[in-house]
Write a protein that binds this ligand. Structure first.
Ligand code: PRP
Ligand code: URA
Length: 215
């Protein structure tokens, strides 16, 4: 997929199935159970596209019939890092495709007044500096949370970071890219704008609340 014409670090993964599932998620009538399932399914479909870029290496194996050279994903296991809470909803779907991935966690919430991210937890697998890291959060709004999460990952040496989100706002894409031009963003959709409270329009509402049924 080529990058977005207005945002060189953004790739919108607009596969018909992704668009279809996202349309159901956005509907205010979609219940928690279905919303949760759809987040996982879209994350899985996005992963199929994003993992296309992973490096491979050749190995010699014995089939039941003869020896051959086959390809496998090179290097250490991939790391998934959901931003709590809503990023958690993307993990299981991705693990269905990449079952041996490691999983870290970054706890951040957005202060409702300032919209600045507040950090409360950080734990990532060892040797994250030598691994491909997929940072996960369904929403890229102001970009503050994702940018803070990437700064934390870079502080432990991670270099091969990709950010996967479902819905991105142009403001967030620009803000994130200004701080981390080296980190590609993959989104299922680029929406129109933020409202005065930092919510994405048209968006899908509060992803954490809809995923966990807290409101
Ligand atoms: C939401 C969302 C992102 C963040 C995006 O989380 O899941 O983490 O807001 O906004 P930003 O781009 O402006 O930083 P929230 O802070 O509501 O926390 P929660 O997932 O714990 O509900
Ligand atoms: N966080 C959300 O969950 N939704 C938005 O629209 C913006 C931030």
């Amino acid at each position: 997929m080529p990058p977005h014409p207005d945002h060189p670090t953004l790739t919108v993964l607009d596969h018909p199935l992704i668009q279809h599932k996202l349309a159901i998620m956005r509907d205010r009538e979609t219940a928690t159970k279905n919303f949760r399932q759809l987040v996982g399914e879209i994350a899985m479909l996005m992963t199929y596209e994003v993992t296309r870029e992973l490096a491979t290496e050749s190995v010699t194996i014995e089939t039941p019939l003869e020896r051959m050279t086959a390809n496998r994903v090179a290097g250490k296991k991939l790391v998934l890092v959901p931003i709590l809470r809503a990023g958690l909803g993307m993990v299981d779907g991705i693990l269905q495709l990449v079952p041996s991935a490691r999983v870290g966690h970054i706890g951040l919430y957005r202060d409702h007044e300032t919209l600045e991210p507040v950090s409360y937890y950080f734990k990532v697998p060892e040797a994250s500096d030598a691994r491909d890291v997929f940072l996960l959060d369904p929403m890229l709004a102001t970009g503050g949370s994702a940018a803070a999460a990437v700064a934390k990952l870079k502080a432990v040496g991670a270099t091969r970071i990709r950010f996967l989100c479902l819905v991105a706002a142009p403001e967030g894409v620009r803000g994130f890219a200004a701080k981390h031009p080296d980190v590609p963003i993959y989104a299922a959709a680029l929406d129109r704008q933020l409202n005065d409270h930092g919510y994405i329009l048209p968006g899908l509402g509060d992803a954490g609340d809809r995923l966990f049924g807290t409101r």
